[in-house]
Design a protein around this ligand. Structure first.
Ligand SMILES: Cc1ncc(COP(=O)(O)O)c(C=O)c1O
Length: 401
């Protein structure tokens, strides 16, 4: 089978839900991907912030294979050592005392929304259910999480949507204050909006939200699904902001490519769930948990969080130098750690730049029409980042002609 056969087969077999890149991937190793013709690509996207340790990391492969020999699945009716070890390791990374495992980011956010409501209604005895989220945010594709998402495009054709979600303007504390009511259960934010175009929220704004939540006894949920696991130069991006959320959600990178999500909360808020209140068949299965524990071990051992910070600063610097060398072509370079967006000027055909980068061997993403989104594996090298920046410079000069 070659690339063309696979493209035709996809049209015939799969729902038409994805606009795919014109690449059929055969294998991956470290920061590289290879197509069916043997062409090599540098992966600056890591499966959309998933394969933080790179592709087919030998220790992860070993953990998967070894665990598959002894226990693959038993359900959450039983205790398993792997799940508890991973739970312990994950909780050791932050301010939280309890974890719930699930299978994806959207599911982790669903769990957070349900927990916030149930905590308010069952523990505090108040009928609060509204969740305030931000314009431009992205929280997932289930009915509740697409309603939570602050972008209209994900909602088209899915009406009526669940009740109880309110959107506030980004970086505008007054708007949050206006939207709080006696029905508000929680505020849910990404401290750096990912799909929304790599937009870090202002420091004072996030601190302000935290203080408002404390004052009104409202829960603060941080969606760390894209920002988490060291990507921004901290284990969790909320650590950049000097706040203590009640709940965080994560997924994507926690099992380096296997489908896993998690919600963590304080012990107090965790009282919102009791037996039978929430569940999922596959959550925290032995293979995923074994891999999750290994991921944390490798992140710590190989100091990948520091690496993300250092390389992120380096990348910001070389891209800002590029911006200066090519006045008027790049509006802004922004982000933290290895989560970086390059916003191109309207006069540049961003789609053409994106396609040229792909054809010259760089995998990245174009979001919000003009933002090149970089989420490389945390093991990327300086040399690979330099080569990318040089290639981008050549392409921008060509496209500007
Ligand atoms: C911030 C954020 N939240 C939630 C999600 C949804 O995660 P999943 O696709 O695993 O359901 C994503 C996915 O891109 C995300 O970036």
């Amino acid at each position: 089978m070659n690339h063309k056969d696979l493209m035709e087969l996809e049209q015939e077999v799969l729902f038409d839900t994805y606009s795919r890149y014109p690449i059929a991937v055969k294998k991956g190793k470290g920061t590289k991907l290879y197509d069916f013709d043997g062409k090599e690509y540098t992966d600056l996207l890591a499966g959309i912030a998933v394969c933080n340790l790179g592709h087919c990391h030998p220790e992860i492969t070993e953990a998967i294979c070894d665990q598959a020999k002894s226990l693959v699945h038993v359900s959450n009716l039983f205790y398993t050592k792997e799940q508890l070890e991973f739970g312990w390791a994950l909780l050791s990374t932050g301010d939280f005392q309890k974890v719930f495992f699930c299978n994806s980011g959207a599911e982790a956010n669903e769990a957070a929304i349900k927990l916030a409501r149930r905590y308010m209604q069952k523990v505090k005895g108040e009928f609060r259910y509204e969740i305030i989220t931000l314009e431009g945010s992205f929280h997932g594709r289930t009915l509740a999480t697409l309603t939570a998402t602050g972008q209209d495009k994900v909602k088209e054709g899915f009406f009526p949507l669940p009740h109880g979600f309110v959107h506030a303007k980004i970086n505008n504390l007054e708007d949050i204050k206006r939207k709080i009511s006696d029905k508000t259960a929680a505020v849910m934010i990404e401290v750096i909006q990912g799909e929304g175009g790599i937009k870090p929220l202002d420091r004072d704004y996030v601190k302000g939200i935290y203080e408002i939540c404390q004052k009104h006894d409202i829960l603060l949920i941080i969606d760390e699904i894209q920002t988490g696991m060291g990507r921004t130069g901290k284990m969790w991006a909320y650590e950049h902001y000097d706040i203590h959320p009640d709940i965080i959600t994560c997924a994507k990178a926690i099992a380096n490519g296997l489908p896993m999500g998690a919600m963590m909360s304080t012990k107090k808020v965790a009282q919102g769930f009791g037996p039978g209140s929430h569940a999922t068949t596959f959550g925290g299965g032995p293979i995923l948990s074994r891999v999750g524990t290994k991921v944390i071990e490798i992140i710590k051992r190989d100091k990948l969080i520091n690496r993300a910070e250092e390389l992120g600063n380096y990348l910001l610097r070389i891209l800002n130098d590029l911006k200066k060398r090519l006045p008027g072509l790049i509006n802004e370079v922004r982000g933290k750690g290895l989560m970086i967006g390059i916003e191109l000027n309207d006069k540049i055909d961003a789609n053409r730049v994106f396609k040229e980068l792909i054809s010259r061997g760089y995998i990245l993403n174009l979001t919000q029409g003009n933002v090149l989104r970089l989420l490389p594996p945390l093991i990327i090298s300086k040399e690979e980042l330099d080569n990318f920046s040089n290639t981008l410079e050549i392409i921008l000069k060509e496209v500007d002609k």
